[in-house]
Design a binder for this molecule. Structure first.
Ligand SMILES: C[S@@+](CC[C@H](N)C(=O)[O-])C[C@H]1O[C@@H](n2cnc3c(N)ncnc32)[C@H](O)[C@@H]1O
Length: 377
């Protein structure tokens, strides 16, 4: 088993190098309109934006920034196959422009545009990023009528192009079964409020910290990739940034395409890709370990489980989990034109040892530093 990952350093408003109907899933997070750190990125794409901000016309600036994102959404619609999903992480912005403080509802503006161009909306995910920052309360303190509630959540909009995806052949059905989630993961991942994923952390070098300050957490991308695609699919991130989506696709046995306008991100993406084998294998082992711990608790509490996973020999709650197979990574190869090829093990790298109540694995105890680059939460 192999996957291919390609990065284009270009403007995602034109994805002419990606054929129509060739992508199975989009996972992305655009620059957020009206968040100060992105003013220059938007301003460099339309000079009118700076003027609108200077003259205190926040609503116009907001709309002009979204007009830069709109062509990317058009391209996303074109390249997605029928029945496939787009997951867009976006936060609203609060800002004082021209003396008035207000909310700029980015998620609503993007959602309404996506519906207009033909997407169907599905229930979205509210990502609650808890913070203890003392400045999280805004406005008039304890005095009524001038205080605002905290803004501690972002959205993950979930859209579908066309109607339900079908898995027709036995091979497609088997691949889908191998790509399934464990029951206890489903219960958390498919809930509409995510509170267990923190924002990106700080354990990085200065250069990577600067680049990663707008990155979404690896766990967020990994979940979405595994919830809305199957192994062998093609994942696209048109606002690639540090390459988190590509990393999640590599770990998950999916192919990927990333597009990023700013070539300086290459200094984060390439080292990440070079370390992906150890990182992913640690991550996959962790996922299995959590499952094994879950089933042991569950068996102690309520007795034996009815089903067994045929690859790991471990108990599972439902029949749909019997074929789950997390393919370990064997090696990654880099070619000089921003293409990475990942090879995988076809067989499980770990098994559940029922007698000793623990997992038997090939090797363990990887140092934590391997995890730093992807900043796992
Ligand atoms: C919020 S960041 C994405 C972060 C990414 N999810 C990660 O984990 O690192 C948005 C990215 O979009 C890029 N960008 C902005 N305008 C773009 C455009 N027109 N085409 C492609 N990329 C663009 C920015 O340079 C930035 O890296």
């Amino acid at each position: 088993m192999k996957t291919i990952h390609q990065i284009f350093y270009r403007d995602a408003r034109n994805l002419k190098n990606i054929p129509s109907e060739s992508v199975d899933l989009v996972v992305t997070s655009p620059p957020y309109p009206m968040i100060g750190m992105w003013d220059d990125v938007f301003g460099s794409q339309n000079a009118e934006i700076e003027k609108a901000l200077e003259t205190g016309d926040g609503k116009l600036a907001h709309e002009l920034m979204h007009k830069i994102l709109d062509p990317v959404w058009d391209e996303m619609f074109r390249v997605l196959k029928d029945g496939r999903f787009a997951c867009i992480n976006i936060g609203d912005a609060t800002r004082k422009v021209g003396g008035d403080f207000c909310l700029y509802p980015n998620h609503a503006r993007i959602l309404s545009y996506l519906l207009n161009i033909g997407f169907s909306a599905l229930p979205d995910i509210l990502w609650r990023k808890q913070t203890n920052a003392p400045n999280k309360f805004m406005g008039s303190g304890m005095l009524p009528a001038g205080a605002y509630v905290t803004l501690e959540h972002e959205y993950i909009l979930i859209l579908r192009k066309g109607s339900k995806r079908e898995f027709k052949t036995e091979c497609e059905k088997q691949n889908r079964r191998e790509s399934a989630l464990f029951w206890e993961e489903r219960n958390i991942w498919y809930s509409d409020v995510w509170m267990d994923i923190k924002g990106t952390g700080q354990r990085l070098s200065d250069e990577l910290s600067r680049l990663r300050s707008a990155a979404f957490p690896y766990n967020l991308a990994y979940r979405l990739v595994n919830m809305y695609s199957v192994k062998g699919d093609v994942i696209l991130d048109p606002f690639l940034g540090t390459g988190t989506t590509i990393a999640a696709a590599m770990t998950s046995g999916r192919n990927s395409v990333g597009v990023e306008i700013d070539k300086s991100f290459q200094s984060a993406i390439c080292p990440m890709a070079r370390q992906i084998v150890d990182f992913s294998n640690d991550y996959l082992r962790d996922r299995l370990k959590k499952h094994f711990a879950f089933v042991e608790d569950r068996i102690q509490m309520s007795g034996p489980l009815k089903y067994t996973n045929k690859h790991y020999g471990c108990p599972v709650v439902t029949s749909q989990e019997q074929s789950i197979l997390l393919n370990g990574l064997k090696e990654v190869r880099e070619s000089d034109d921003n293409i990475f090829e990942v090879a995988y093990f076809a067989k499980p790298q770990s098994i559940y040892d029922q007698n000793r109540n623990k997992m038997t694995i090939e090797s363990q105890d990887k140092s934590e530093t391997q995890l730093d680059l992807l900043n796992r939460q």
